[in-house]
Write a protein that binds this ligand. Structure first.
Ligand SMILES: Cc1cc2nc3c(=O)[nH]c(=O)nc-3n(C[C@H](O)[C@H](O)[C@H](O)COP(=O)(O)OP(=O)(O)OC[C@H]3O[C@@H](n4cnc5c(N)ncnc54)[C@H](O)[C@@H]3O)c2cc1C
Ligand code: SF4
Length: 337
């Protein structure tokens, strides 16, 4: 068994205490520990480092789901993926988000793993997520301890992939994040939270805490879906994720969003779909046109291996997602509690 390096530990009980502890810490030395399902293995393997951990498990406010204005739902960053995937409000109104939460890893891990940790998950690359000994033999890379990328040798930026399950359906649902630091609160759309550098693929400042994820009420006629590709049936990170939200009114598409994840550092929102689908029924021809657009816009790299296979699967996975959309029921939160 690999031991953890020596670490100081604190367990604040309020958001203000967490924010103050983050502000006092030396950037790079202090890390937040939510479920620890990614952080702890990474610390053990030397993929990441820290001298002090701030545990979030005793901050009650971060474990709650709260009703917000205009029938939005606020999900605390430390709500577990198991609770998220079973919550009746989430299952009924944001079925793709619930499905993504239920697809992560395994039941044991989902009972520890949190939504906040999933959104802030480190990127993955087959040349990086290895032991320090393995990585040392290759000579490091742009993400750490080196000056070249083994996936794109001519590249100047790390292209490790965002392999978390929840970002794509949250972007497709139009979700926003509530962040806190000593400078005060701020909100950012999930789509704008991510940055195109696999070495650090989100815009969270080192002293910022993700407090809550806000899910806006789905418009009447919304249907949503989530599918992912993986090598094994469980306990495996996705190699591709696809999330879709489609608003249908009188059998005609009014709005469509499709997001493909696990390609690079940022989940990719497909462009130009309105021209293919809006004003038409979501029939086989429209689904095929959207799938063809996905193939043109998505180009899996060798960051997770199997690039050609993943490329071939993009269109079928998008088509399958659009075929299996579920209704996101109109707001009636009271009846769901
Ligand atoms: C075997 C195995 C299989 C896995 N399979 C999958 C999978 O299929 N899909 C998937 O998406 N993930 C998978 N994971 C990764 C991980 O379990 C999940 O992504 C999980 O949701 C991470 O949440 P956590 O609470 O454990 O995060 P932690 O490990 O506690 O933290 C992860 C990162 O997020 C930061 N962080 C956590 N909370 C906050 C916050 N509130 N504000 C700011 N920063 C924060 C931490 O500092 C750390 O950098 C797998 C892990 C393992 C070990
Ligand atoms: S994509 Fe390149 S730079 Fe990033 S972790 Fe992989 S090998 Fe390193």
């Amino acid at each position: 068994m690999q031991p953890l390096p020596p670490l100081a530990w604190s367990a604040p009980t309020t958001i203000d205490e967490v924010v103050a502890a983050l502000a006092e810490g030396v950037p790079g030395e202090v890390r937040l520990h939510a479920g620890g399902t990614d952080l702890v293995p990474n610390l053990k393997r030397g993929v990441t480092s820290a001298r002090r951990l701030i545990g979030l498990g005793r901050v009650a406010e971060l474990q709650e789901l709260v009703d917000g204005p205009a029938d939005a739902l606020g999900v605390g960053a430390a709500v577990t993926l198991d609770d998220l995937g079973r919550d009746p409000r989430v299952v009924a109104r944001w079925p793709a988000v619930a499905e993504a939460a239920r697809q992560v890893a395994s039941p044991q891990l989902r009972r520890m793993a949190t939504l906040g940790g999933n959104l802030c998950l480190d990127t993955r690359c087959r040349f990086y997520d290895q032991s320090a000994f393995w990585r040392g033999a290759l000579g490091g890379c742009l993400k750490a301890d080196g000056d070249a990328c083994h996936v794109v040798p001519t590249g100047r930026k790390c292209v490790a992939a965002c392999c978390a399950d929840t970002p794509a359906p949250l972007i497709a649902a139009g979700a926003e994040l509530e962040l806190a630091s000593v400078r005060g609160p701020r909100r950012v759309h999930v789509a704008d939270f991510f940055a195109g550098d696999g070495a650090r693929n989100h815009t969270l400042a080192p002293d910022e805490l993700l407090v809550r994820v806000w899910l806006p009420a789905p418009a009447p006629g919304t249907r949503a879906g989530y599918q992912r590709l993986r090598r094994r049936g469980a306990i495996d990170f996705p190699l591709l994720t696809v999330a879709a939200t489609v608003v249908v009114e009188r059998d005609v598409v009014r709005a469509v969003t499709v997001v493909v994840g696990a390609l690079g550092a940022v989940p990719r929102r497909l462009r130009g779909l309105d021209a293919l689908a809006v004003g038409r029924p979501l029939d086989a021809a429209v689904r095929a046109a959207i799938a063809a657009a996905a193939t043109r816009q998505c180009h899996p790299l060798d960051n997770l291996g199997d690039a050609a296979w993943r490329q071939a699967v993009v269109a079928p996975l998008v088509r399958r997602t659009l075929e299996a959309l579920e209704p996101a029921t109109a707001p009636d939160a009271a009846s769901l509690r």
